[in-house]
Design a protein around this ligand. Structure first.
Ligand code: BGC
Length: 761
């Protein structure tokens, strides 16, 4: 027997006899309840090791390659080996994840597994539509499925935690991250938050094809003033409770296990250091027992905000306010031990955070099998497989919104047509991937050109007209559309002139929305508007296909172009989805989840505004709430979207005209498909409480149903309203249900519908 083996056996015998080995491994005993396992493990952890669990680093090098030898990368590597890293972000792929996990599990004193986070925002490697686009489907089952296939693909690649869903409500098209949420409405946003959490986390968190989800950004990030990225938010308590918080609560009700706080200040306090948000509401009133991760370096940024005097002060404020894990500030690992030792921070704050983090790791089953997401065979079989592509194609079709279709220019005839396809984005295979696509390979989307080429009985001629230029900023691509090169215009015009129909794919490049991409102009970027108008001069039969990550303001197009299709950035299967809609193989049913303004000056514009004292032009003078240069209504309202068929609403009926509080208000409406095709319609229910102790919105969505109707078919759609829909929060955060009249409206868009009213006693 060799010497080493002998020594090991001796060690095992001795430790078993003394019991310490058995004890040190007791937290691995799966028959014990998780809380007991956490207690056992924590009793062995040094303060350094506890703080280590609260530290998250970005994986900035290739772990299966050469080891980092200097700088912060070397430090990170050393910290992993010491057990000072509880989580890594953006390490991905089975080989890489396994390599890091091996260090944590096999080389650190306690072998605590690492949790691997990643921004699975709309798919992992195979991309689904951007979240705003998915929201336009109003199809909760499809959205849930989309999150679950993303979880399947990401988990097959070693990951077990997504930084999603983004549940920020935002009504400001200038803000680049509107693409990442579910739009402007709290009710719709709450339902979608729930669907996404359920999709990511599935039935069982410890299954190897589900991942932990994270509701972000807590809170009010979407209300960045003037739509400027990272800007401050200021709002009343009632607005916070009524508008911003419900999607977070809904995510929690769906079982979300982590939250991420946000970069912004809310009423002067950085969210990362806000104990009202994180301790009082989230962990107090709502009883959340998972953990909160900071946003990237947001702990450090509290110094820049002017809320903390240095890194130590920021760490103390953040941890006491309830930020459990430090994403890339490198501050907890540096400061927290000292802060406890010099009695600035009580150790109970550390213990609470660590318990929360370990809880999720136990729930994931990482202690039972730290390599459960590291299966090369599954990775190979899953990434980009047929089922995932089918699911993202289905989601992409459901996300498309038909904004205009004069004289039924759409669907296109399938044969005998000469079709000109124009626009830099029409052949682009990169832009449709959107801006959260870190794991996707460049240029892997099906372009609109490729999608349309599948329909072979027409003559299709492509001319780009203008071009996308790609530069490189630090870390990210800088992309734009030409503004001063008109050399492609003539060729495009020539083809357009001799064609039956012109399909123009215009809008924003995928990287023109998303984090850090706020805009102050909402028209078509570059020279695309000019291209559109010049093509229109030679052929008016234009179908405008929009690609964009935010509402655009396109009044000229809305007035002049006969057919407009909102196709956002639809992910990997973009071209197939667009072509199937253009050719009528799929009848669109999407509805806008956010209002489209007439111009940027209207922003923020949203349907559920409060009434002013002068909402209409009663006296026929200038002193009423309006603009003197443009109508005050949006160009396309929330909830709006057409179909290739038509729907008629009739017989709105309330079960009674008077209800008591606590009783359920039942109502029904008949919806008929009056056109010539089968189709789907999103039937929407809005309420208005015209007299209340706090002024209530002119309309609020409180129910919707996606109904499939064969041509000629009529269905009765039923809704119910309970206290949960009829009340609101006041400025003390109390939920009130007040008696009085309620107006209701049911229809296929937020600005029109059948109306009725009832009394609540
Ligand atoms: C974003 C987060 C994201 C994080 C990690 C931050 O800049 O605000 O939403 O999860 O980076 O990538």
């Amino acid at each position: 027997m060799n010497k080493l083996l002998k020594q090991s056996i001796n060690f095992l015998v001795i430790t078993f006899i003394t019991g310490s080995y058995a004890q040190s491994k007791m937290h691995f005993d799966q028959s014990k309840p998780i809380e007991e396992r956490i207690t056992l493990l924590m009793s062995k952890m040094t303060l350094d090791e506890k703080v280590g669990q609260m530290n998250q680093y970005n994986g900035s090098w290739d772990f299966t390659g050469p080891l980092p030898e200097s700088g912060s990368e070397e430090e990170k590597y050393e910290h992993i080996k010491k057990g000072w890293v509880g989580s890594m972000l953006s390490v991905r792929g089975v080989k890489e994840v396994r390599a890091v996990q091996k260090i944590a599990v096999e080389e650190t004193r306690l072998g605590i597994p690492i949790i691997f986070g990643f921004d699975v925002i709309h798919g992992y490697k195979t991309l689904s539509p951007i979240p705003l686009a998915e929201a336009a489907s109003w199809d909760l089952e499809a959205i849930k499925k989309s999150a679950s296939v993303a979880a399947d693909e990401a988990s097959a690649s070693g990951l077990n935690w997504t930084f999603g869903p983004n549940v920020d409500i935002s009504n400001d098209a200038r803000w680049g991250r509107v693409m990442e949420g579910a739009g402007e409405d709290t009710y719709l946003g709450s339902k979608i938050a729930m669907a996404r959490v359920k999709g990511f986390q599935g039935e069982k968190l410890d299954a190897n094809n589900t991942i932990v989800s994270c509701a972000k950004h807590f809170a009010a990030y979407g209300y960045a003033e003037a739509g400027k990225e990272y800007n401050s938010a200021d709002m009343s308590t009632s607005k916070l409770y009524n508008t911003v918080l419900p999607p977070f609560k809904s995510a929690l009700d769906a079982g979300v296990r982590t939250f991420m706080n946000s970069f912004n200040t809310l009423n002067g306090i950085p969210a990362t250091g806000d104990s009202f948000l994180q301790r009082d509401i989230l962990k107090g009133a709502w009883g959340f027992d998972g953990y909160v991760v900071s946003d990237w370096a947001s702990i450090k940024e509290m110094v820049t905000h002017g809320y903390a005097k240095d890194g130590a002060d920021a760490s103390a404020k953040a941890v006491m306010a309830g930020s459990d894990m430090d994403m890339e500030s490198h501050l907890y690992v540096k400061e927290l031990v000292k802060l406890v030792e010099n009695n600035t921070v009580e150790e109970r704050f550390i213990d609470d955070a660590v318990r929360r983090i370990l809880r999720i790791k136990f729930e994931l089953g990482l202690f039972d099998n730290p390599y459960k997401y590291c299966d090369d065979v599954r990775e190979k079989a899953t990434i980009g497989n047929k089922a995932i592509n089918e699911a993202v194609l289905d989601m992409a079709k459901k996300s498309i919104v038909l904004l205009k279709n004069d004289s039924n220019l759409l669907p296109l005839k399938k044969s005998g047509q000469k079709i000109a396809l124009i626009g830099a984005l029409a052949a682009d295979k990169n832009s449709p991937l959107g801006s959260w696509r870190i794991a996707a390979d460049d240029n892997t989307a099906v372009s609109v050109l490729e999608g349309m080429q599948q329909y072979k009985n027409n003559q299709l001629v492509y001319k780009k007209g203008t071009d996308v230029s790609i530069g490189k900023q630090l870390f990210v691509q800088e992309v734009k559309i030409n503004s001063d090169d008109f050399s492609g215009f003539e060729a495009a015009k020539k083809v357009a002139k001799s064609s039956d129909v012109v399909v123009m794919v215009l809008g924003e490049v995928g990287f023109q929305s998303g984090e850090g991409r706020s805009r102050t102009e909402l028209g078509l970027p570059g020279n695309q508007q000019q291209l559109l108008e010049e093509i229109f001069m030679v052929n008016k039969n234009i179908v405008l296909v929009l690609n964009n990550g935010r509402p655009l303001a396109l009044p000229w197009a809305a007035e002049n172009i006969p057919a407009i299709v909102e196709a956002w950035q639809l992910g990997t299967q973009t071209g197939n989805a667009v072509a199937q809609v253009l050719y009528g193989d799929y009848n669109p049913s999407g509805k806008l989840p956010i209002s489209f303004p007439r111009n940027v000056g209207q922003c923020p514009i949203y349907y559920n505004q409060l009434n002013t004292g002068r909402p209409v032009n009663k006296e026929k003078n200038v002193f009423w709430s309006h603009y003197i240069d443009v109508e005050k209504t949006p160009l396309f309202p929330f909830g709006y979207g057409l179909s290739y068929t038509t729907f008629k609403y009739e017989n709105l009926k309330l079960s009674k005209s008077k209800y008591k509080r606590g009783e359920t208000v039942e109502l029904s409406v008949e919806v008929a498909n009056t056109g010539n095709l089968d189709g789907k319609e999103v039937v929407q229910l809005y309420i208005n409480d015209p007299v209340a102790s706090i002024v209530r919105p002119v309309k609020e969505l409180k129910g919707f149903e996606l109904v499939e109707l064969k041509k000629g078919e009529t269905k009765t759609v039923k809704f119910s309203l309970t206290d949960a829909e009829l009340g609101f929060y006041n400025n003390d955060g109390d939920y009130l249900i007040e008696e009085g009249t309620f107006n209701i409206m049911v229809g296929g868009r937020s600005d029109k519908g059948l109306t009725d009213k009832f009394e609540l006693k």
